[in-house]
Design a protein around this ligand. Structure first.
Ligand SMILES: [Ca+2]
Ligand SMILES: [Ca+2]
Length: 298
């Protein structure tokens, strides 16, 4: 699916001869999910299927790079309202293209929040006001996106929502999209979450519960390791990033006798996709579970 979709966009891009077409096409049809009836599409911004939370709840406290790229109405969470807003913005962008033969420039939420009135004047259209923007789909009453009240993007459990969402983004868009159009975002996200260093985020588990993605493997190792050490992943801050993941693995193998992959119940990890090597400077222990600042154990 994603491959043929990417090929389709590439063909369209070549036909249109305009790199902005590719960006606006994705904004409308993927981030915007063709509006609110398709909130569950992979790659869409709607919260129904994402973030590992209950329906209509969203993950608060996302890292800043994600808010900078996905939080179109600037309310601090990424959800259905952002999906609807980018859909409406890009619909107008396509109208402008049909009338003038040129797309508006690529936008980001921060840019849009600052310049939406200017763009409206410039193009003589009514771009929607992002401040307090709330979608109003069909018979549903307008509502703000509800932050999930038991899950935070800073927690170990919340890391799963972030990785699953980003994995969907990379699956649908491809790493090249972010490298080309949002290189700073790409670098920041890869520095934080590309645990195996292959340049993309892959949170996949197959139907036999085999962990097939490097980032799903990294997550489940982190998650179950902390559970085995007595931490509650819901309220324990996650400090294990791609940058210090090797330190984490190194310490984990020193602090538990159980082979790491055996810590993960209910899933099969066909092999450890990482080889922990002794860090240049061995992290201090105890408290060295983390290779850095450690939360207090209960
Ligand atoms: Ca938002
Ligand atoms: Ca990776």
């Amino acid at each position: 699916m994603p491959k043929s979709f990417l090929r389709f966009i590439k063909e369209e891009e070549q036909q249109q001869g305009d790199p902005l077409f590719g960006w606006w096409f994705r904004a409308k049809n993927t981030w915007g999910g063709d509006s609110s009836n398709n909130n569950t599409l992979t790659g869409a911004l709607g919260g129904v299927q994402t973030w590992g939370g209950a329906p209509y709840t969203n993950l608060p406290n996302l890292p800043q790079p994600m808010l900078d790229l996905y939080d179109w109405n600037g309310d601090g969470i990424v959800g259905d309202n952002d999906q609807e807003l980018i859909f409406q913005i890009s619909e107008i962008a396509f109208q402008i293209y049909e009338q003038t033969g040129e797309f508006p420039p690529i936008m980001t939420p921060a840019d849009y929040q600052q310049n939406w009135e200017y763009y409206s004047e410039l193009y003589g259209v009514d771009f929607p006001d992002p401040n307090g923007f709330i979608e109003n789909p069909g018979s549903n009453a307008p509502r703000a996106d509800e932050p999930n009240d038991f899950l935070s993007g800073t927690s170990i459990a919340g890391l799963r929502g972030i990785l699953e969402f980003m994995s969907g983004q990379f699956t649908v868009f491809g790493a090249e999209f972010f490298q080309e159009y949002h290189p700073e975002f790409y670098e920041q996200i890869i520095a934080l979450y590309d645990y195996d260093g292959d340049g993309t985020i892959d949170f996949t588990v197959n139907q036999d519960n085999e962990i097939t993605g490097a980032e799903s493997a990294a997550f489940f190792l982190i998650y179950y390791y902390y559970i085995s050490r007595g931490f509650n992943p819901l309220d324990t801050e996650n400090t294990v990033t791609a940058e210090n993941y090797n330190d984490f693995l190194y310490n984990a193998t020193r602090l538990t006798d159980t082979p790491l992959q055996d810590l993960i119940p209910g899933y099969i990890l066909p092999g450890l996709p990482f080889r922990p090597t002794p860090p240049d400077q061995p992290p201090e222990s105890p408290g060295g579970d983390f290779g850095g600042s450690a939360p207090i154990r209960p």
